[in-house]
Every structure is written in C-alpha cells, then in structure tokens.
Design a binder for this molecule. Structure first.
Ligand code: PBG
Length: 327
C-alpha cells in the first residue's frame, strides 16, 4: 500500500503525544467562581449545581485554604443576598456592612496572596432580578452605569483585586475605569464580561442566588446568541474603555467567539464555563453516560485550544486535582 502520509505516527505513544501536544493547561489559568451566604459555619448545597455550595465567609476561608494547596489562587465571589435585602434600587450593593465587604475582608486577612474577582451588576441585589435599574419595564442604561461605577469604587475600597462588570450596559467599563482612577484605585483591574449572551445556560446560577428576573428576560442587554460580529464590537469597545481582560460567556457553545476574539485582542481573553454547562456534565456522568474526569479535562482543553488564556470554571478543584495526577 502506497501510503506516504501517516499522521498516526505522531500519536504512536504517550511520549510522542506529549511531545507534540499543541495545547497546555495549568491550574494557574483557572478562576474558581464561588458562592457566599450570610452566617457562620454554613454550607448550603446548591441543588442544581451538584457538588457546589454557598459558604458562609468563615467556611469559605477554610475551603480556600484547601483549594490553595491544589494551586488555585483566583476566586470570583458571588454573594447570595437575602430576599428581604433586595430593593428596586439595589442599594444593598453599596452597603459597607453587607455580605460582600465582610467576605472580602475575611479572605484577604486569611489569604492575602489570592486574587479576588467581584461581580459588578445589580441582579443579586435587585428585587426585579435585573442587572440594571428597571423603570416601566425598561432596563435603564445610563442611570445603571452610575450605580455600577459607585459599586466598583466601593468594592475597590473593600479590597477586591478585580472588578468584573457582568451587566452588559453600554459604556460601563469606561465609567468604572474613570471612577476607580479618580478615587485613586488605579491598581484595581477590570475583567469585562464583554461578549455575554442571553443564554439558557445560567439556570443553576440564578437558582443559587435566587436572582432570576421577576419579569421579562435579559435580551435588551445581553447579546443575541445568533450574533458574532457584534461580539467583536463589544470587545473592541471594552478594550478601548480600559478593560484589562475580556470575557466570553457562556463558554462551550461559543468557542467560535473565543477564537475570533483571541485573533485580535490585545488583552488576555477569558472564557466562563457557566453553571448550565457544569450541570450538563454532572448530570450526564451521574447517569453513567460519560466519564466525568475525562469530560472535565476535554472541556478545559477545548477552551485553551479555542484561545482562552483564562477559564472561569466550577470544575477548578477537579481540574487542579486531575492535573496534579491525584485523582
Ligand atoms: C449576573 C451573572 C450571571 C452569571 C454570572 N453573573 C447570570 C445572569 O446574567 O443572569 C452566570 C454564571 C453562571 O451561570 O455560571 N450578572
């Protein structure tokens, strides 16, 4: 048989496969999104997010001591605000005595070397469950941006390392950068959720925070899943407005967007492997349909192959263990 080209030679043994692997994955590239609740000594498992819990600040700090040993040093914090503290103006987002400042302080006291990423959007604090202020059913842009900028300055004051606007209002990155700088927080970084789609894959997250919109949907601010050029526009604006890192969200159904953005972005590109994507792998492996560990790693490598520099994933501890060969 005349067969001059035999690509299989480059896969013939594990050593060769390692030698020619085009993509590498490292625990240092992961950000672990974690949920926080009020109280002490509380672990409240999230039903639709098997294996993930809401933690009170003291227990979260203990958990981080363990996760740090696996090499995870970046955490995105999502506070669960009790329903009775949610209002139409989401003022709890600015409360110096609220849950977020409390947990930031605790974690920074106990683990000064970690990086904290805190979310900028009103939905966890809003009785409407929207990322912006609502008036007569409309999500107000500029009024919301002013609150978001205030929120960013507060979070910087409380000690966060990165603010992460996930709200998709127009002009918020620039407003946040200006507000931070004029308050003297020139070292606080911005991770912009630049290409964030109106997705069905956020279900378990909204369940975890009880933050689903009370009326309507998020389609007037989050992006239409049918569009990709629009993502480039959003990313270019966010970079011009001062984003230090841009993000695509969800992840797996949007690998094409990650690849396109990576081809021109002058800042690092992150992918958010969101709650619904996590839940799918958990459900399929619980049903015996696939091998969970292999699916986790394959997914993480897919993000890296598409061009993501950084991955936000609820699988961070699993990936860290798998990479260190402990599982
Ligand atoms: C809200 C926010 C959402 C997520 C992160 N920040 C949900 C939403 O936009 O409704 C989703 C994350 C996930 O599903 O894992 N600003």
């Amino acid at each position: 048989m005349k067969q001059l080209q035999r690509p299989r030679r480059n896969r013939k043994n594990a050593g060769v496969r390692e030698l020619v692997a085009e993509t590498h994955l490292n625990t240092a590239q992961l950000i672990y999104p974690v949920f926080v609740c009020e109280g002490s000594n509380v672990e409240s498992p999230i039903k639709t997010l098997a294996g993930q819990s809401r933690w009170s600040p003291d227990l979260l700090s203990k958990q981080i001591a363990k996760w740090k040993k696996l090499g995870i040093s970046h955490y995105a914090l999502f506070p669960q605000v009790p329903e009775n503290k949610k209002t139409p103006d989401a003022r709890e987002a600015l409360n110096d005595n609220g849950l977020l400042p409390q947990v930031i302080k605790r974690l920074k006291d106990d683990h000064p070397e970690i990086n904290l990423f805190t979310d900028i959007a009103l939905d966890p604090y809003s009785s409407d469950g929207h990322d912006g202020l609502v008036k007569d059913g409309e999500i107000l842009n500029d009024e919301t941006v002013s609150v978001l900028a205030e929120m960013a300055v507060k979070q910087a004051e409380w000690g966060t390392d990165w603010v992460a606007p996930s709200d998709m209002m127009d002009g918020r990155v620039g407003a946040i950068r200006k507000a931070l700088d004029s308050a003297g927080y020139t070292k606080t970084s911005i991770l912009a959720y630049s290409a964030k789609y109106a997705s069905s894959f956020y279900g378990p997250f909204r369940d975890a925070l009880q933050s689903a919109p009370k009326a309507g949907d998020k389609k007037t601010y989050q992006m239409d899943p049918r569009n990709s050029r629009e993502a480039l526009r959003e990313v270019k604006l966010d970079i011009a407005e001062g984003a230090d890192m841009v993000m695509v969200k969800p992840g797996l159904p949007y690998l094409d967007i990650i690849a396109k953005i990576k081809s021109f972005s002058s800042v690092p590109v992150a992918a958010y492997n969101v709650s619904g994507e996590y839940a799918m792998i958990k459900a399929a492996s619980a049903a015996g349909a696939l091998n969970e560990d292999r699916a986790i790693l394959e997914t993480a490598y897919a993000f890296r192959r598409a061009g993501a520099d950084v991955i936000l994933t609820y699988f961070a501890p699993d990936i860290a263990r798998l990479l260190s060969g402990e599982l």
